[in-house]
Ligand binder design. Structure first.
Ligand SMILES: [Zn+2]
Length: 394
């Protein structure tokens, strides 16, 4: 058994404890949490650390298989330009190298204090890494296809899904985005998700051109698809924003992670929160800034703070896979936000979104949440600072 203490413990589901002590067994399971009322006395076998102790982080949006693209794409491309380059890079992916880079970033995520990841998947590249990883992965197999071959695409991805499931990994089938999946394919996905009560994830309103496509069938996304030779003759604009398509077609009961929501209005965010009982918003500020030169408007999300989660997105649009780095940006964007609030987004909310709250997301007796020490914490403002770092204790 280890007895661990620091200047503050943030259990997340309870108020912070000054000089609290956490007792954990060899498996990392929390045995006891002791409130010392701030009066820590020297005691046997006590490990004391300068900083604050928080549970392991949950990365609610990542594409581990794209790690090889780190540093390859320019900033500010906006989504149509970004997708265009991604397609050409994916064609050239050397899988030996791609696997070793992904493996490296799996271990770096672990070092960054991340214990679970909602990972978007298009192939088998990461299966062997995940089978051995200390991180829990929920694999969201992403379907893309605007053509008339919905059944063919669906069946091919069922095979990919089975490969993950048969490897002992958790998986779901999801649409990439409302603009990249035909109505027939969407229907097949929804049927499967409803039957299996799957957790869903979808890229939502990451660019303005997505809304433009649904409203007018014009704009940069439509131009991109046309230049790629994708036949849009059967695709009809709804005259409304892209989110309306999801509102009408997604199942209402499933856990759904709506990712980015960068161009969602305050009203649209409220509609998602109210219509979908188990909806979550995944905010990826560093990736959004990289691609769209824009940060999410936190005011839109704050009324639904319990639904906010944090993602890194892929290394194609980020310098690292670190929830702490995203939290630093959020602390600056929302200068009135407390550390406790941002910490919930990076821990328990993500755990709930992935149905992992029995084990992860907060420091509670019986859970195995992982324990992170945040060093160089700003105790004056009780907030993370630019120079804060994370060290995994358990
Ligand atoms: Zn993504």
């Amino acid at each position: 058994m280890r007895r661990i203490s620091a200047n503050y413990i943030f259990p997340v589901t309870k108020t912070p404890l000054k000089n609290g002590i956490i007792e954990v067994d060899d498996s990392g399971s929390v045995l006891n949490i002791i409130d010392t009322q701030g009066h820590l006395t020297e005691s046997r076998n006590l490990e004391f650390y300068n900083g604050v102790i928080v549970p392991g982080f949950i990365n609610a949006h990542c594409h581990l298989e794209l790690s090889e693209l780190k540093g390859k794409l320019n900033q500010g491309l906006t989504i149509p330009g970004f997708i265009n380059l991604m397609i050409s890079y994916k064609k050239n992916t050397d899988s030996e190298k791609a696997i070793s880079v992904a493996r490296l970033h799996d271990s770096l995520m672990k070092q960054n204090g991340i214990v679970a990841v909602a990972d978007i998947v298009n192939n088998t590249l990461t299966i062997e890494i995940k089978k051995k990883s200390k991180i829990y992965y929920h694999n969201f197999i992403e379907l893309i296809g605007l053509g008339s071959n919905a059944n063919e695409i669906f069946n091919k991805n069922i095979l990919l899904y089975s490969e993950f499931i048969n490897s002992g990994l958790k998986a779901s089938l999801i649409p990439h985005a409302p603009y990249s999946v035909s109505e027939n394919l969407f229907e097949l996905l929804v049927q499967f998700a409803t039957e299996n009560n799957s957790i869903l994830s979808v890229h939502n309103q990451e660019s303005e051109s997505e809304n433009e496509m649904f409203r007018t069938k014009k704009g940069k996304l439509v131009d991109l698809f046309t230049s790629l030779g994708i036949d849009l003759s059967g695709w009809k604009p709804s005259g409304k924003n892209s989110i309306d398509f999801l509102m009408e077609n997604f199942p209402k009961e499933n856990n759904i992670l709506f990712v980015h929501n960068l161009y969602s209005t305050k009203k649209e965010i409220a509609s998602i929160a109210n219509e979908f009982l188990n909806s979550y918003f995944v905010i990826c500020p560093l990736s959004n800034y990289f691609i769209e030169s824009k940060y999410p408007d936190l005011d839109n999300f704050l009324p639904f703070s319990e639904k906010i989660t944090i993602g890194t997105d892929s290394l194609a649009s980020n310098n690292s896979l670190s929830i702490l780095e995203e939290m630093k940006v959020l602390a600056k964007l929302g200068s009135t936000l407390s550390f406790e609030t941002i910490l919930k987004w990076g821990t328990i909310n993500g755990a709930r979104a992935l149905k992992l709250e029995e084990k992860l997301g907060s420091i509670e007796i019986g859970k195995i949440p992982g324990l992170n020490l945040i060093t160089d914490f700003d105790f004056t403002n009780m907030q993370i600072a630019d120079k804060s770092n994370v060290r995994v204790l358990v």
